[in-house]
Design a binder for this molecule. Sequence first.
Ligand code: HEM
Length: 275
Amino acid sequence: MTDFEKAAEGAKMDFAKDMSYGDYLGLDAILSAQHPLSDAHDEMLFIVQHQTSELWMRLAIHELQEARRVMLAGGLKPAFKMLTRVARIFEQLNSAWDVLRTMTPSEYTAFRPSLGNSSGFQSHQYRLVEYLLGNRIGALMALHKHKAAAFDALSAELAQPSLYQVAIDVTCARLGIASLAGLPGEGDWQAVPAVQDMWQQVYQDPKAHWELYELAEKLVDLEDYFRRWRFNHVTTVERIIGFKRGTGGTSGVAYLRKMLEVELFPELWQVRGVL
Ligand code: HEM
């Protein structure tokens, strides 16, 4: 017996009648979903990079929805674990830019016409993450009118309080102060003073409000990694297309730079200046 045969002795080799690794993971569907539209070598990188990002976003949505459900049911600790996992997902996505950065402008230009008007701007999962967290720009729903499933998922999300709103509700309830429901405005990234005051109470006495303090820091951590994703994206985009317009039709880098100003949880950042 070779060393390999000894190590692998007993391994199941026949899957004619049993579920295999590929069956369980649906690999036939996943690995046959790459369809480059040009002969350019680098289009495969571009496709795989987007598809893997979408898979990680799928997991992020799964975690964020459950974190919100658990928080609504009064459990903060299990939600912390999920929020940490989402921050790690973004860390993972941040490292992934290093692979895409190996593509030069000339390489991208070779297949850019094949993309037509398609752009990550139309990623319904990305929008769902933003809506879930609380950055709710309803006007962007128009991008998804043509796809009922995506439109319905986004509409269903907008009909619920965002994760940040739930965090605020839980905090108000635990501090025994009046509810601040509905305060953060749509498409408006300014801090709401009453919400900032609420977080200030938490930060001024962490020992008395340890779980809320931990919740606040978990949210800041998540946004920290999310911001790095936005920054890495815009830097990669500038490196690859400079200041050309995006395939999605926006001004490109100028639009993405504006999005760097988004604050998902503005009060949590503002409160730092008054502690
Ligand atoms: C060569 C690489 C890339 C280029 C040149 C690029 C370019 C752009 C541009 C110019 C925009 C602005 C919208 C537009 O007019 O198209 C945009 C938006 C976006 N891209 Fe990319 N992108 C790249 C890679 C990626 C990857 C790998 C992802 C991962 C899913 C991604 C996700 C997004 C998302 C979610 C938006 C919307 C951002 C928002 O609305 O705040 N992009 N991209």
